[in-house]
Design a binder for this molecule. Structure first.
Ligand code: AGP
Length: 371
């Protein structure tokens, strides 16, 4: 069994450490650097059709829904197309507006999640073009789709999704570049810059994994906490949601993920000296960074314990936080990939220290095939 786990104690730990390889496999063969373009096998959308698109609707659940929120930032910024990110379990119960000029994207590790599949079918039946971003070839969603983009993460066994999430993020980034080129919102040069940045991601993940000893120290200190708060702004908001979800799933500690600006509208009331607050504060995007420093001060003023995720060269936040975890600096759209790794490690080590069944947490199934 240990051999199956490649010497790791749990599949989740193995899968966290597989991410440099998984992301490289998602990128492989797709980046046409000299042309500043992206190649997806089986892509059958004409330039006219892509230019005529008026909206993208992303349908997903759980962790895949979080990657959809990052995907919204990517597609809106690079392809200038409005994107809505829908909880698949809600979508079809509210008579959604779907037009033939819409692109529906189902994001799913398994390709079998009942709610996502049903929402995807509904969007397709109402005339949208159906694109599946999926990790399992031949799954129900890939069979339903007009176009499939495989994430190539390899089998994910741990119930808590890790490498599926980061490979979805780079898949969405590639898709945003492709749509941007086809719609003429990205020049060849700009696309080349984005693709070059993507080539660096596997190495960045290797580097960020080196933060594991500092994450483990934080996990030891807070393994007995009853609640955690995760804060992030802009593209770091979904990373905060993902950090909270991971912790809940496997450590059974109550955790909330919030957009930093929302803290004063409620969750600030929770903060006391027992409350660890994970604040995701890479320097990009710049505006989010400036604002999140305000959140750090608000937490500290109420005695909360700040665990800050910061760039390796950050000297400012380092002086304000109780604990820091350093990550390699990345662009605004890639920072979510890098910043997610310490979230995964934190939940893993807290759950392991608490003696929980990390790979098969109570009450959860890997793939939710019932509504
Ligand atoms: C992730 O850690 C969860 N176990 C869960 O939220 C999962 O992401 C969700 O059920 C969606 O699964 P899918 O990606 O296979 O559709």
């Amino acid at each position: 069994m240990m051999a199956e786990k490649g010497g790791h104690k749990h599949f989740m730990h193995k899968e966290i450490h597989e991410q440099p390889r998984a992301v490289a496999d998602t990128l492989r063969g797709r980046m046409l650097l000299s042309e500043g373009d992206v190649h997806f096998e089986g892509w059958n959308l004409s330039a006219d059709k892509v230019r005529a698109l008026t909206k993208v609707t992303i349908l997903a659940c759980g962790t895949s829904w979080h990657s959809g929120i990052v995907g919204k930032a990517m597609i809106e910024s690079l392809a200038r197309l409005p994107v809505e990110v829908e909880l698949a379990s809600e979508f079809r119960y509210r008579d959604p507006i779907v037009e033939p000029t819409h692109l529906a994207i189902a994001i799913s590790q398994s390709g079998e999640t009942a709610d996502t599949l049903a929402a995807f079918k509904e969007a397709k039946a109402r005339g949208a073009t159906a694109l599946a971003l999926c990790n399992v070839i031949g799954s129900a969603m890939t069979r339903e789709a007009d176009i499939t983009i495989l994430t190539n993460a390899g089998p994910e066994i741990g119930v808590a999704s890790t490498k599926a999430f980061t490979t979805q993020l780079v898949g969405l980034y590639l898709l945003a570049v492709k749509l941007g080129r086809m719609r003429g919102t990205l020049t060849v040069k700009a696309a080349q810059e984005h693709l070059t940045a993507l080539t660096e991601v596997p190495k960045m993940i290797e580097d960020v994994l080196k933060c594991e000893p500092s994450v483990k120290r934080v996990a030891r200190e807070f393994m007995g906490a009853q609640d955690f708060l995760f804060l992030g702004r802009g593209p770091m908001h979904p990373v905060a949601l993902e950090g909270a979800l991971k912790l809940k799933e496997i450590s059974y500690i109550h955790a909330e993920g919030y957009a930093g600006g929302e803290m004063k509208h409620g969750p600030i009331a929770l903060i006391d000296e027992k409350m660890p607050v994970v604040i995701i504060a890479p320097k990009q995007p710049h505006v989010a960074y400036e604002k999140i420093i305000g959140n750090i001060e608000e937490v500290r003023a109420r005695g909360g314990k700040v665990i800050a995720i910061i760039d390796e060269d950050d000297t400012h936040v380092a002086t304000l936080a109780d604990h820091i975890i350093r990550i390699p600096a990345a662009s605004a759209l890639l920072a979510p990939v890098v910043a997610t790794i310490p979230m995964q490690l934190l939940s893993y080590h807290v759950a392991d220290l608490r003696g929980n069944d990390v790979d098969q947490p109570r009450n959860l199934a890997k793939s939710v095939t019932v509504e």
